[in-house]
Write a protein that binds this ligand. Structure first.
Ligand code: PHE
Ligand code: ZN
Length: 866
């Protein structure tokens, strides 16, 4: 068999959307027989195949490092001359219209460090097939538009693997000689092979039930290691809430009699929506107050919902090809965001989601890896599970929902689900269903699927006191991105309101559609010049530049009734001061301090909203506002402002910190909001430099009855150089050294710290005995967090770049998918000064020079250099 790795490194093939062709052969039914063993698992695959269309091409079954031990056609064993191999795939010439094909292969799950296909994790055997892992298990046309009914039989050692799970419903089980046993599962719903899953292991179950809207009872199971059972309650509640929510909001009912979730310790992403058998990274299932922060709890709720919602948006209606990935991911992220907003605070959830979008997606969109939400080509599909596909994809759906309004949007989604149930669909199918069901023309709007890059909108408001007319001039431009030098104007929905300065109110919120490169909108009846509030609720994923002065921003930060716009005004006020400071201009820090004071003391505001709003923009976000990012200047300016806000409002921080101390843990939004504000107050208090700051933080660390407060105190201490820093880190380590998910926080907190020696510390932690490259969570906690720490990663020595490059090279040999995800931070070299840029490029070249580099890392590193 050809060595695919070196072939790939020489000339990775480019797959293009325009090359799509329907499958040559369909596989209506498949029966799989697994003889499970960590060292040698035998898999017999029996496929009923049917010729699709009039052609004489052979049957091509994808395989990745599989060797056919047997090949049978219609029960007859073929000899080796009757089939051939091509790039890992098995080719069988066939004469008739329908045949039964049988193959036998053997694989070694315990040696599978890529975590794709069948692999071992913490004593379990489990699978991960999206996007192209199924071909590492058995020969099959591994593409999402081949849908089959699955019947799966597993046999394994009963003592080691007492639980045997697969998709669909359990049908039968029994014992075998030699201490082995078997089970059979059938999934009645035809599905693409990326949704196949099985799990074998010694698992305990949190069992519950849900009665659907039509009165069917569904058995729910969350399967974990026995010791983790007490940490599954939140996930179970989230699952039941998701099931009820999808019925209520989208009219979607669950379809099988069982729904199982399994938590595994080693997983490349967050979780996977396999039909009836979701497999999760344990960090999105396990939560208790001792080990999970409120952010972790929300993560569990959101990801459980996300994977459950895929049952309709992804499984019942799947993707025709991987270029349509955002069809299921963008829509499902939109659905999980809406769900989480309904479970908690809409205002805070929107702010958090926009913060993530700006941090991850806007950066992607402005760099060498920018791509549209429906890409045109790829080398390795794993590299396209991006913030663009997911988060910008969700924003595009959100814009449609906004333009249509709830009722017409629901008509559109009903039509989409009804029309495409059981099919492999395209993004275009979704847009058409929205157009027909929602009665709207989305002609120009489709550009959101085609054009990459974040549109920039310039907004300037002028006012004529003589006529009482306020005129809003809007201009838009979409920047050039790789392969797309020229852009067309987009259809951009902007929610706006014009505020009366004297009363602090407005006459209603309007949705403007900006469709031209430049356009003017007039508003009558203003004796005095109003203040513009624009892109309210972040109605469009664009960058808006206004002609607001600091007084306008202070006004909006005090009066805007749209929580997102109010937050945004405060952030912009801070950005202006910080960018001004960095540029050496005279700035009015007092205006920021006054606005913070005003927000913190406004009794009408929700504490969680206050905490979000008064936090300074991240160093990375400030970098995005500069032509050339200066990490040291950004850090100094931000640190200085933080210190000043801390010092000038010191009594306020002490007061809040004392008042928000709870007696007893609760997950209510009030309790979560109080913790969030308390941690923010602590942060400012310590930043002020008061002598007892570290002692107050240490006391919080020590007394906390929950991880939210304990970790925040630790993170605050980790930013400084106090004696308390070392003490707290030691205590934390010793307390949680045996709990992998919590120990991840210990690594992450240090890698993320604003600490002068972070670079050296990360190098040391990379050699720590608890560090391992085989667990993706651990790698992300150390190197992923570090690469997101702008000040430390971009240390002028270039050492940060070298650390990450060395990690990529070492990890690529084990787990190329996870390695490739560390490349983009190095690819941002154009945004930095020449010296840093040259060092970043040198590391990318150093990576590319590595022999046997994976397709995954090759694609990311070579595109990053272009
Ligand atoms: N489809 C998964 C999701 O819900 C993500 C995933 C992709 C997981 C690839 C594993 C591998 O978003
Ligand atoms: Zn998803």
């Amino acid at each position: 068999m050809a060595d695919m790795q070196s072939t790939a490194a020489a000339a990775p093939a480019i797959i293009r959307r325009s090359d799509y062709r329907p499958p040559d052969w369909l596989v209506p039914d498949i029966t799989l027989d697994f003889d499970l063993d960590p060292a040698a698992t035998r898999i017999r695959g029996m496929l009923a195949v049917r010729r699709n269309g009039d052609h004489d091409r052979p049957l091509r079954l994808d395989g990745d490092r599989l060797v056919p031990l047997e090949v049978k056609v219609d029960g007859q064993l073929l000899d080796t001359g009757q089939w051939s191999m091509e790039a890992g795939a098995l080719l069988i010439p066939l004469t008739g219209e329908s045949h039964s094909i049988e193959t036998l292969v053997e694989i070694a799950p315990e040696g599978n460090s890529k975590l794709m296909g069948l692999y071992a994790s913490g004593g379990l055997l489990c699978t991960q097939c999206e996007a192209e892992g199924f071909r590492r298990i058995t020969f099959f046309p591994d593409r999402p538009d081949v849908l089959s009914r699955y019947s799966v039989r597993m046999a394994a050692d009963k003592a080691r693997y007492p639980i045997l799970l697969a998709n669909g419903d359990p049908v039968d089980q029994g014992d075998l000689p030699d201490g082995r046993h078997w089970a059979r599962w059938n999934d009645p719903f035809p599905k693409p092979c990326y949704l196949f899953a099985l799990v074998a292991g010694d698992l305990a179950c949190n069992a519950d039930r849900f009665v659907t809207m039509s009165g069917r009872e569904v058995k729910l199971g969350i399967w974990v290691k026995e010791a983790d059972l007490p940490r599954t309650a939140h996930a179970m509640q989230a699952l039941k809430n998701s099931m009820a929510w999808d019925e209520r909001v989208y009219g979607r009912e669950y379809d099988l009699d069982v729904f199982n979730i399994v938590a595994v310790a080693d997983f490349n992403f967050g979780a996977m929506e396999n039909k009836g058998l979701n497999i999760f990274n344990s960090r999105y299932i396990l939560a208790d107050p001792e080990t999970a922060t409120d952010i972790d709890y929300d993560g569990v709720e959101g990801v459980v919902a996300h994977e459950y919602f895929h049952n309709w948006s992804g499984n019942r209606v799947t993707c025709r090809d991987w270029f349509q990935l955002s069809l299921k991911e963008g829509f499902t992220v939109f659905r999980d965001q809406s769900f989480s907003a309904d479970m908690g605070s809409h205002a805070v959830k929107r702010i958090e989601d926009v913060r993530i979008l700006r941090a991850a997606q806007f950066q992607e969109d402005s760099g060498p890896l920018a791509h549209p939400i429906r890409p045109e080509s790829y080398m390795e599909i794993s590299n396209f599970y991006t913030a663009t596909i997911y988060n910008k994809g969700a924003e595009v759906i959100r814009m449609m929902a906004l333009m249509l309004g709830p009722e017409r949007f629901r008509k559109g989604t009903d039509l989409y689900f009804e029309r495409h149930d059981g099919q492999a669909a395209t993004c275009e199918d979704f847009v058409q269903a929205m157009e027909e069901g929602g009665e709207i023309d989305l002609g120009q709007f489709r550009l959101w699927y085609e054009q990459a890059g974040t549109p920039r909108v310039r907004a300037s408001l002028s006012h004529d006191p003589a006529t009482g007319i306020a005129e809003l001039a809007l201009e838009q431009a979409v920047p050039a991105t790789p392969g797309q030098p020229d852009k067309q104007p987009m259809a951009i929905p902007l929610r706006v309101a014009l505020f009366d300065r004297a009363s602090g109110t407005h006459h209603g919120d309007e949705l403007l559609m900006l469709t031209e490169a430049s356009e003017r909108f007039s508003f009558k009846g203003f004796t005095d010049a109003p203040v513009l509030s624009i892109n309210r609720g972040f109605s469009a994923p664009v960058i808006v530049e206004t002609n607001h002065d600091q007084a306008d921003l202070a006004f909006l930060s005090a009066h805007d009734d749209d929580p997102f716009a109010r937050y945004e005004a405060m952030q912009q006020l801070m950005v202006n001061v910080l960018i001004g400071k960095i540029g050496g201009h005279a700035v009015d820090e007092a205006a920021v301090i006054a606005a913070v004071r005003h927000t913190v003391t406004d009794p009408a505001l929700d504490p969680a909203f206050i905490a979000e709003t008064i936090r300074l923009p991240s160093e990375a976000y400030l970098g995005d506002q500069m032509r050339v990012v200066d990490p040291d200047a950004i850090h100094a300016a931000r640190d200085g402002l933080q210190q000043r806000i801390g010092a000038e409002l010191e009594p306020l921080w002490r007061d809040i910190h004392a008042k928000t101390k709870a007696n007893g843990f609760s997950l209510s939004s009030t309790a979560k909001g109080a913790r969030k504000l308390r941690n923010t107050a602590l942060h400012y208090l310590v930043a002020s430099g008061v002598v007892d700051g570290p002692a107050v933080a240490y006391a919080q660390f020590d007394e906390a009855d929950n991880m939210t407060e304990r970790q925040a105190a630790l993170a605050t201490l980790a930013n400084g150089t106090s004696a308390e820093r070392e003490a707290a880190l030691d205590i934390f380590y010793n307390r949680y050294r045996d709990d992998a998910l919590t120990l991840d926080k210990w690594f992450q907190t240090q890698a993320f710290a604003f600490y002068p020696e972070t670079v050296d510390l990360v190098e040391e932690l990379g050699r720590h005995r608890d560090f391992t490259m085989t667990n993706p969570n651990r790698v992300r906690s150390l190197y992923g967090a570090f690469a997101g720490n702008q000040w430390a990663f971009h240390h002028k020595s270039g050492k940060g770049y070298r650390l990450v490059a060395d990690c990529i090279i070492a990890l690529d040999k084990l787990n190329p998918q996870t390695a490739a995800r560390l490349v983009p931070p190095l690819g941002r070299w154009r945004r930095f000064d020449d010296m840093r840029g040259a060092m970043m490029r040198a590391e990318l070249q150093h990576i590319l020079a590595e022999p046997g580099l994976s397709k995954d890392v090759t694609e990311q590193a070579s595109k990053s250099l272009e």
